[in-house]
Design a protein around this ligand. Structure first.
Ligand code: ZN
Length: 317
């Protein structure tokens, strides 16, 4: 949007005037690629932030995402080009602590509107949630960190949506009415999703599910379920034979039928455990990215897929 002006030399402005152009967009032929357009340019850190920005920004926003589809978000390192793109955007939407490299780049960038989703709801400590995939150096310090996977609770995600809508309206007041309308529409869909989860999971044979990525703490808490993470910090690692025995016993005691794995990392651990313990496997998608393998094209569709998978695994009535 207005950021472009400071990059344009007097000569370029004169040339544009000569050509009778009334806007400056003609000078920025590569603007779509670098996120510096005549729209409200929003850089989203990873998919759940992208979805909010697109839904709320609608036709007024030009949204780019730092995490490529299929890329594991937690350990993302930014390229020089991505860092530059950040500096040229009107707003950045991110979730502090999920991606330390992104936090640092945002801190150092001159972006006017920095929207930290973590401040728009309440994060909780789910007790040693291993959200740092394979990053051994972070394992200890993360032990008592707040769980960042807050978007998997539709109620908390709706709270974030409300905050994002207000922030967009403030940063781009010309389109405030549309941002407010779009926010209300999205919140309505998230409310309906919450009701579907509530109804679908209230009466089930078991309340316990196994997953190889402890991303579902908020979801479990919202709907009265218990998430049991099957391995340690590194999802590629093998659980120990003692851990497998422990989980086998728990599966038996709690009527657990299924070991869930996710789409962005190896399913080896989950499949090994399931085979050894005589359990089924299925996908529970933490929605950290949308790929061809996702069960749906957006947050709402994939969450509906997650609900179906949980209903089946938990024996919903
Ligand atoms: Zn995660």
């Amino acid at each position: 949007m207005n950021v472009r002006r400071r990059h344009i030399s007097g000569i370029a402005v004169a040339a544009a005037a000569t050509l009778g152009l009334t806007t400056l967009t003609a000078c920025s032929s590569d603007s779509a690629a670098v996120g510096n357009t005549d729209k409200f340019d929003v850089v989203a850190s990873f998919y759940p932030m992208q979805f909010l920005a697109e839904q709320i920004g609608g036709e007024h926003a030009h949204v780019t995402t730092l995490t490529e589809p299929g890329q594991e978000p937690h350990d993302l390192e930014l390229s020089a080009r991505q860092t530059a793109r950040l500096g040229e955007s009107d707003a950045v939407l991110y979730l502090k602590t999920l991606q330390p490299a992104v936090d640092e780049a945002i801190d150092q960038s001159g972006v006017k509107t920095k929207i930290d989703a973590a401040t728009l709801t309440t994060l909780e400590d789910h007790g040693g949630v291993e959200h740092d995939h394979g990053g051994e150096e972070h394992a200890e310090e993360d032990e008592h960190a707040l769980d960042p996977h807050v978007w998997l609770d539709p109620v908390k995600y709706a709270e974030i949506a409300e905050g994002v809508g207000a922030a967009f309206a403030k940063a781009d007041p010309d389109h405030a009415a549309d941002y407010e309308k779009n926010t209300a529409t999205l919140v309505g869909k998230l409310d309906a999703l919450d009701t579907a989860f509530e109804d679908g999971l209230k009466d089930s044979a078991t309340k316990v599910f196994f997953t190889n990525h402890a991303a579902f703490g908020y979801l479990a808490e919202r709907y009265g379920l218990t998430q049991e993470a099957i391995s340690g910090v590194d999802p590629e690692s093998e659980p120990s034979p003692a851990r497998i025995r422990e989980l086998q016993e728990e599966a038996k005691a709690d009527g657990v039928t299924t070991v869930f794995y996710e789409t962005l990392v190896s399913d080896k651990t989950a499949k090994t455990l399931a085979k050894d313990a005589g359990l089924k496997t299925d996908v529970l998608d933490p929605l950290e990215g949308i790929t061809d393998r996702s069960r749906g094209d957006d947050y709402l569709q994939v969450m509906e897929g997650n609900l179906k998978a949980l209903e089946t695994a938990l024996g919903s009535k």
